[in-house]
Design a protein around this ligand. Sequence first.
Ligand code: SAH
Length: 223
Amino acid sequence: MKTEGQAKVYEAQRQHMVDHQLRARGVHDERVLAAFAKVPREEFVPEDLRPAAYEDRALPIGYGQTISQPYMVAVMLEMLDVHSDHTVLEVGAGSGYQAALLSLLAKQVYAIEIIEPLAHRARATLAALGYTNVTVLCADGTLGYEPGAPYDRIIVAAACPELPPPLVAQLKEGGRIVAPVGRRGVQECVVGVKRGEELEITKTLGCVFVPLVGAYGWKRRAW
Ligand code: SAH
């Protein structure tokens, strides 16, 4: 439990993050910024790391995984261009933080996490904070999630060798997918827009994510 004083400190740190790490560095989407100003990131990191919750970096969440850097999440969410009537699929739910942001931007969110204890914890955190339009699933997200398809938007929060074909198949016509594509240490954030059978690809900034595993992910030796 947080005291009222602690809650105020986190709130001030959160607003500082929005102003200095996001807005000042070129994130302009007001809906994205408002979501960052609302979601308590400290609730999604291990208790001993809470004092570092609003530093602009990825933090360990256990099982060799991380909660992504806020700036990178903001840039990717801006590129994703989520509308309030959208159904969104997130692959790599991790702590559930990005799913919480997405829940404020979209109508319905499906968030898939392959590591069971992380999926459980993300589900519990999101429920405790009252994010009711997010469904957390424990499965291989490279296969997508057919019952929720087709999706207006898909975001992948782990480094892919290539865009997983099932995700492209589960995207709506005109829908958009944002994913880091590349290998250890050298990924590019890719934006794909579905136009019939084609995917219109734009490569954007460089980024560093943990590997996507599973059927269309990295095999341990190749990564
Ligand atoms: N979005 C998360 C951070 C993601 S870290 C957050 O806001 O905290 C990337 C996550 O992707 C890790 O938790 C990892 O276990 C998960 N992951 C890797 N491969 C996956 C797959 N095939 N399906 C679902 N999740 C996967």
